[in-house]
Design a protein around this ligand. Structure first.
Ligand SMILES: [Zn+2]
Length: 411
């Protein structure tokens, strides 16, 4: 199975130069095709075009396979035109030239060094693109440097062949997730009795920034005539803010979900249990209506990503009513609203970290049907550790068994 991952790169100026050269080659292909079609009524073959481009771009600082890749790119578009022409009279051959174009790297131009640096060659004369990718265990078979409009940045898209680990899913290993505002996820699993706390610091600061800027823009917009030039300008700024924030938040959610799924694989978890969204609404005070909508959207997305990734590898995802899960003593079942970071049970004197209590009780409710006293507790928690978002780490997992985070998953 092929998987594509997106990596941030530092060499933005170099990427722009490469993309400009790629655009020149692509445009040369387009103009040559049309000149020959017009003057001699022939479609130049791909082979002929490759030879021509080799000469044309001999001084370009691009890998020879990259140059060929751009020719290939055009001929793929041309092929779709010939296919479309059979049913569509007004189909047009790809005629648009491009100032900038993606930069294509084939296998022979890609190297994964021992120090975890991915090196993309731009020929003997060109400077290479280098990206740190410590969690890559295998060299990508294909890569593309692509411009992301919304972030005004070039990013590297890599394609890796991934072998999925086979799990015997007929087991009773369960991982419970407590969704929350301070920490988007706290998990507990009955296999190793560990708890993972996904840090919500960056996520919440993205949301606070978004809410603050949005309120400012809306306030300004309310003071000017609707559809006036100024209003339109502010509206554009608003749309940009919303899409940028959305991307940032989705990046956190995707990385956290990937980390979670790879953890489940490593622990051979067969079932993930999540408290339902209704419970979250009751549990958390979100303040403004907009902020509440924002969080509902966020948790909805997070659940969707987890469901999607879990399904892809055969892990079941179940939902349960999470009422009282954060207010019940894991040991004796006594109901008590914790007032600080700890859950100190006034009935049996046991003390737990408050965040862990929710996750454990979701697990307990799922496996035993209730939070009753009758449920006896065996060696509840062995260890807990935190996972923190890092915008520079690999966007997605390259291998289910490795972690996108520096420290990785404990063995
Ligand atoms: Zn108790």
């Amino acid at each position: 199975m092929n998987k594509t991952y997106i990596l941030p790169i530092n060499q933005q100026e170099l990427a722009k130069q490469l993309s400009r050269q790629s655009g020149r080659i692509y445009s040369k292909v387009v103009s040559t095709i049309f000149k020959l079609k017009q003057n001699k009524n022939i479609w130049l073959s791909k082979n002929g075009m490759e030879k021509l481009i080799k000469l044309y771009a001999s001084e370009f600082r691009l890998h020879s396979q990259t140059k060929q890749g751009i020719v290939q790119q055009y001929y793929n578009n041309l092929k779709s035109f010939f296919n479309a022409k059979e049913n569509q009279e007004n189909a047009k051959p790809p005629y648009k030239t491009r100032k900038y174009n993606k930069v294509i790297y084939k296998r022979s131009a890609i190297k994964l060094k021992d120090n975890g640096v991915l090196r993309l060659s731009n020929g003997r004369k060109g400077k290479a693109i280098k990206v740190k990718a410590p969690s890559l265990t295998k060299k990508p078979k294909y890569a593309e440097l692509i411009y992301h409009h919304n972030e005004d940045k070039y990013k590297l898209h890599i394609t890796v062949e991934v072998k999925n680990k086979k799990i015997d899913y007929d087991n009773d290993k369960v991982l419970a997730i407590d969704l929350g505002q301070k920490h988007p996820m706290v998990t507990y699993n009955n296999q190793t009795k560990e708890s993972i706390i996904y840090n919500g610091g960056r996520l919440n600061s993205f949301i606070r920034f978004r809410n603050k800027e949005l309120a400012k823009l809306q306030e300004k917009m309310s003071r000017c005539q609707k559809y006036s030039n100024r209003w339109k300008k502010l509206n554009r700024a608003k749309k940009k803010l919303l899409s940028k924030s959305k991307n940032k938040i989705m990046d956190v959610l995707k990385k956290y979900a990937s980390h979670l799924i790879s953890f489940c694989l490593k622990r051979e978890i067969s079932t993930i249990v999540i408290g339902d969204l209704k419970g979250i609404r009751e549990k958390i005070n979100f303040g403004t209506k907009d902020n509440q909508k924002m969080h509902q959207w966020l948790f909805g997305q997070l659940i969707d990503i987890i469901k999607y990734q879990a399904k892809a590898i055969g892990i079941k995802v179940k939902f349960i009513d999470e009422s009282y899960t954060s207010q019940t003593c894991p040991q004796c079942g006594y109901q008590h609203k914790p007032s600080d970071r700890n859950f100190d049970c006034p009935n049996c004197n046991v003390s737990f970290h408050r965040d862990f209590v929710g996750a454990f009780n979701i697990y307990k409710k799922y496996t035993r049907g209730s939070l009753d006293k009758s449920s006896r507790l065996e060696g509840v928690l062995t260890s807990s550790y935190g996972v923190k978002y890092d915008s520079n780490s690999i966007s997605c997992l390259t291998n289910w068994n490795t972690s996108p985070f520096g420290q990785g998953i404990p063995a």
